[in-house]
Write a protein of this length. Structure first.
Lengths: 401, 189
């Protein structure tokens, strides 16, 4: 008897394919797009049930374009929330009801919504936030800066940091595939450096738009989805969990460890769908090593090429794709030949330097240089990074910025 | 599950912090080792047959789900209990109960230790419990009791159980019954 395969279609009439096929096997065609347009293209292929938006620069255009997908029938529910706090609460409701849900925000909007992020994680919601980072005020900044990522690091959400529009596209699709694993099932924040990625146009390779991810199956959730019997957040009414006069510290402790455990369980899935938690670039034997994420990773690569070709200094870049889970073991393995570690960042506090130092503490004596560091909208030309390295190594600085 | 003991500043041991993750498809985890499913089934049956007051904690996915698989699984859970000579104490559907849950008769995922202490349970099986609640309960049981925990999970498994089997559906539960019957004979029970 001939074996027949049942072809499935989603609500938009797109053929349902596996995440592996969509990410790695489907033919791709070159397009020239902004990061915001790429968000639309990813959401279009993600069988998304719900999205809620609120305008804030630089993510407004991406949110608007998801609205167009709703008009075109690719997204089930779409509306504008009352504020970022409203949006992040409303998407939680959509996710609790069993819908695949995505939203976007930036800068101060992230902080306005802050209470919701640990609530998402504690409620085990596999929803996705595309964060187009821009820094926080005061003073008001509408320029590239990724300070707000620091505030999100310990919310219990997975955090991935894309280097360019292509990686953002792939991360949005992979994000759902990883976050919805029953043993993971925590939110994923796919971050980019706003403006650099959201507003600039670059070549991206996209699979056809008549195929899409399989719809989300809420019945594999580690908590029961809400229905007529189960009100939203029903567990919150359990006095053993929520009421201070009955509180069980054991429950709270175990619950919070469980959320963090879920992030750790995402490692093998993230490794598979992102092809590793880190990218290694340059000379594997190099003694000068950059550790960076996002756009700083791209700039570090440019600097590594200049140092190698113009100065004869072999260098290596370890670019982190995930911040939660943090690829500590991968970093320790990758810096085995390092004599100097440089951490270029687009924020004033150096959150990545802090994270890296935590992992290296007691394991190596290699000096860590938390520089160059720019903020508030400053750019970081590769020449600035080259200068920092040459100065630290006591060499003549020939490049002029 | 890895070694018993505190994790960092917390009195709660957490297996992933000790490098133990859920097993890959087709495999199981026995303490901190990835093993074949059958080896884990044999050890699980042995623990239930040799320790005091073995008990099965069936959860809402077996007790209350309105689907054919749940019905079949519920019947198989009863057969497992008969084979292993185990008691059945249900895990209620996570709904708050007033004035309180009777821990002798029902297990609360937020206070599983009360049921285990009261009934002096030395080996137990979690089946049909939603993964989050199973994980919360298993961490507390590891920290607060000397009960040997086994998780028969329909999804990816639970690394905080001492033995975890993943993707356990009707076919796998039937296999577990066959293995348990063999182990029982070997032990002369």
């Amino acid at each position: 008897m001939q074996k027949t395969e049942q072809v499935q279609y989603n609500r938009a009439g797109q053929r349902v394919v596996s995440p592996d096929y969509l990410l790695f096997e489907a033919p791709r065609e070159k397009q020239f797009m902004t990061g915001s347009e790429v968000v639309k293209e990813a959401v279009k292929r993600a069988s998304v049930d719900a999205s809620v938006s609120y305008p804030i620069t630089p993510q407004s255009e991406a949110a608007h374009l998801i609205g167009e997908l709703w008009v075109e029938g690719y997204v089930g529910v779409y509306f504008r929330g009352e504020s970022e706090f409203g949006v992040m609460s409303e998407v939680a409701g959509c996710s609790m009801a069993g819908g695949r849900t995505i939203t976007t925000t930036s800068g101060p909007g992230t902080l306005r919504a802050m209470e919701n992020f640990p609530m998402w994680a504690g409620s085990r919601l596999p929803l996705q936030l595309v964060l187009m980072a821009r820094g926080v005020n005061s003073p008001l900044t509408i320029q590239p800066d990724n300070l707000e990522i620091s505030f999100l690091l310990d919310t219990g959400c997975m955090i991935w940091h894309a280097e360019n529009a292509q990686e953002l596209f792939d991360m949005i699709l992979a994000g759902f595939a990883v976050a919805e694993q029953p043993d993971v099932h925590v939110p994923v924040i796919t971050a980019i450096d706003g403006f650099f990625i959201s507003h600039t146009r670059e070549a991206v390779m996209l699979p056809p738009d008549d195929i899409a991810l399989p719809p989300y199956n809420p019945y594999k959730s580690p908590m029961p989805p809400i229905d007529m019997e189960m009100a939203p957040g029903r567990f919150l009414r359990d006095p053993y969990v929520m009421k201070s006069n009955y509180i069980s510290y054991a429950s709270h402790t175990s619950w919070q460890f469980e959320v963090r455990s879920a992030i750790e369980r995402s490692r093998p899935y993230a490794k598979r769908y992102l092809k590793g938690l880190i990218e290694e670039f340059g000379n594997p034997e190099a003694e000068v090593v950059f550790i960076a994420s996002g756009t700083a990773g791209a700039q570090a690569k440019e600097a590594a090429i200049m140092l190698s070709e113009d100065e004869g200094i072999p260098t290596r870049v370890i670019r982190l794709k995930t911040l939660r889970p943090f690829p500590g073991e991968e970093i320790l393995q990758a810096i085995r030949n390092a004599k100097y570690i440089f951490i270029p960042e687009f924020n004033v506090i150096g959150w990545l330097e802090r994270e890296v130092r935590r992992v290296l503490y007691g394991k190596t004596n290699v000096p860590v240089v938390g520089s160059p560091r720019v903020a508030g909208g400053m750019t970081m030309p590769p020449e600035v990074i080259v200068k920092e390295v040459l100065q630290t190594l006591g060499k003549e600085v020939k490049h002029v910025v | 599950m890895a070694t018993l003991g505190p994790s960092g500043y917390s009195p709660y041991p957490v297996a992933v912090y000790e490098g133990v993750l859920t097993p890959p498809p087709g495999k199981a985890v026995l303490f901190n080792e990835v093993v074949d499913e059958e080896i884990a089934m044999r050890e699980a049956a042995k623990a239930m047959l040799t320790r005091e007051n073995p008990t099965i904690f069936p959860g809402p996915q077996v007790l209350y789900s309105w689907n054919e698989e749940a019905k079949e699984k519920a019947k198989l859970v009863r057969r497992i209990a008969e084979t292993l000579g185990a008691k059945i104490i249900p895990m209620y559907d996570y709904r708050p109960k007033y004035p309180k849950i009777d821990p002798e008769k029902e297990i609360n995922p937020n206070h599983p230790n009360l049921t285990i202490w009261h009934n002096k349970i030395k080996a137990c099986i979690f089946v049909g419990v939603h993964c989050h609640y199973a994980n919360v309960a298993l961490k507390i049981i590891r920290a607060e009791t000397d009960c040997f925990t086994i998780a028969l999970c329909g999804n990816a498994g639970h690394e905080d159980a001492m033995i975890t089997l993943r993707d356990q559906h009707t076919e796998e539960l039937e296999k577990f019954i066959r293995v348990a019957e063999e182990v029982k004979k070997e032990l002369g029970k």
